[in-house]
Design a protein around this ligand. Structure first.
Ligand SMILES: Cc1cc2nc3c(=O)[nH]c(=O)nc-3n(C[C@H](O)[C@H](O)[C@H](O)COP(=O)(O)OP(=O)(O)OC[C@H]3O[C@@H](n4cnc5c(N)ncnc54)[C@H](O)[C@@H]3O)c2cc1C
Length: 474
């Protein structure tokens, strides 16, 4: 084969890759996606089981990060976005043997309303006083990264860390607060400390400054989803991109740098017809694979870069969806669900009442519950045999939320090495990774491994790569 080049190769077909492809298609830049599974979408997977709609991966995105909303507009699915049922809104925290409502006004971990916090039995009086000391404790003088544990411990105290910040903030990242980088995950908190000398003051000011919603603006809730589940978003991208631009069932093993451009090498697992369809070379390669895969893809091309990528750690998680008949539940299920602080040492991290939070997830006479295990708390749970995992989840739901009914449906999903951990020093590692990548013209690394694990950040990484590719081409 000669060195005839063929546009942009995107390796991996998750939401980062799809967002990049959508933005390239808009600019009429030719591309091909190579996805090792039978279909694209990566972690966005929704399953229909009878009248139940079950999310196996993400169930929502944050519209505060505008890129996912922008993506829905680009692919014509803006009207398919779904608000959460906020009349039932509320997060509950399991502490000291019972569920406590997260006091009104707590934003992530920062209280912005005094009275609800004072009235809440979740935090002890000494703990509340300690949180209030955020107003007077001077801002840290030295710069540099620090762990969430150190940051929250300094500003709001240990009790707030254990009961609120760890389950709410580290939980989203399936990370442990003692090594989770606050700079890489919540730079906003660091800015707030710098600008206002107090998180409570800064968060309260930010809320007051938030612009009022325009009367004609589309209604949005803090979390948004898609009417037919999150996979509707990736399926919509695939439709927009065109199936003909996606090669499914094609696993790439490594990339080789040519005098001009790159060659992709297939893994032996890829089906033979794939080899026939693989162009000999590409001008641009976008690696939208998890960092531990990207490590292997670039190992021969740049061992130094591979070494840095391999330093990014990952955690595994699992979730179990259970459906119950409403009449079998003896209690009303409170809010949208609950979270469990690590200090409680339970086998469950959290549960969401999926069909209470979102419309269209279960028939009216049933409730769909989604329970989460692993990811920093008892990660060994993810590898339990099905029967043991299901039994453990049922026992925990009974002990924590009083759900003793027999489920009419049960589905288990395991996500091994699915969440990157942004440990202390992540931004320095990223700078070094970017410097190495910059030495390979036309090579781009995107996806959840680098600059944000949420769907919004992943979409942005895809858009940014498309901008850079268009800039180079222009
Ligand atoms: C259980 C769970 C719940 C989550 N909940 C939320 C949530 O509610 N909201 C939110 O914002 N985020 C959530 N996240 C995080 C978010 O879903 C992910 O960070 C995001 O979807 C990752 O997208 P990606 O494109 O970077 O990677 P992926 O979706 O992992 O896509 C990578 C793709 O690369 C393919 N691939 C791998 N190796 C190769 C190879 N050698 N050759 C070709 N293809 C390859 C894979 O098959 C995969 O399709 C959740 C994650 C999990 C696991």
């Amino acid at each position: 084969m000669g060195d005839r080049k063929s546009g942009v190769a995107i390796v991996g077909g998750g939401i980062s890759a799809l967002a990049c492809a959508v933005a390239l298609k808009e600019r009429r830049i030719p591309f091909t996606i190579f996805e090792k599974e039978k279909s694209g979408g990566g972690k966005l997977r929704t399953e229909s089981v009878g009248d139940f709609l079950i999310e196996t991966g993400p169930d929502s995105f944050l519209p505060e990060k505008p890129w996912t909303v922008q993506l829905t507009k680009k692919i014509g699915l803006e009207n398919e976005m779904l608000c959460s049922n906020d009349e039932h809104k509320g997060t509950y925290i399991f502490s000291g043997g019972r569920l406590h409502r997260l006091p009104e006004g707590v934003m992530l971990m920062v209280p912005t309303m005094i009275l609800p916090m004072l009235r809440s039995p979740l935090i002890s009086w000494p703990g509340k006083v300690r949180m209030g000391m955020d107003f007077v404790i001077p801002a840290r003088k030295t710069g540099g990264d620090e762990s969430l544990e150190s940051f929250v411990g300094r500003r709001l105290g240990r009790e707030c860390l254990d009961k609120i910040a760890e389950p709410l903030v580290a939980g989203i990242h399936t990370s442990s607060p003692d090594n989770m980088s606050v700079l890489a995950t919540f730079p906003r908190f660091v800015e707030m400390e710098k600008s206002h000398g107090s998180l409570i003051r800064a968060m309260t000011a930010a809320m007051k400054k938030a612009p009022p919603r325009k009367p004609d603006a589309r209604p949005m809730t803090y979390f948004m989803s898609m009417k037919r589940g999150m996979q509707q978003l990736s399926d919509g991208c695939v439709r927009f991109i065109g199936k003909e631009n996606i090669l499914d069932g094609v696993e790439i093993a490594r990339i080789e740098r040519l005098p001009a451009g790159y060659r992709l090498h297939l893994a032996s697992s890829s089906l033979p017809p794939a080899a026939c369809r693989l162009p000999p070379a590409f001008d641009v390669v976008v690696l939208a694979t998890p960092s531990f895969v990207t490590t292997e893809l670039v190992r021969e091309l740049d061992p130094g870069l591979a070494g840095k990528l391999s330093a990014i750690e990952w955690s595994s998680s699992g979730n179990v969806s259970l459906a119950f008949r409403r009449i079998d539940l003896k209690n009303d299920l409170p809010g949208f669900g609950f979270i469990v602080p690590k200090v409680e040492n339970r086998r469950l991290n959290a549960a969401t009442w999926s069909s209470i939070k979102w419309a269209g997830r279960a028939p009216d006479d049933h409730v769909l519950v989604r329970a989460f295990v692993g990811g920093g708390h008892h990660e060994e749970m993810v590898s339990l045999p099905d029967d043991d995992l299901a039994a453990a989840v049922r026992q925990e739901l009974s002990a924590i939320a009083g759900i003793d009914a027999k489920p009419v449906l049960e589905r288990l999903y395991r996500w091994h090495r699915s969440m990157p951990k942004y440990t202390v020093g992540h931004l320095d590692r990223m700078a070094a990774i970017e410097a190495d990548t910059g030495r390979h013209p036309g090579l781009h690394l995107i996806g959840c491994s680098y600059k944000g694990i949420g769907i919004g950040d992943c979409v942005k990484s895809g858009f940014d790569a498309a901008d850079a590719i268009a800039g180079d081409a222009g």
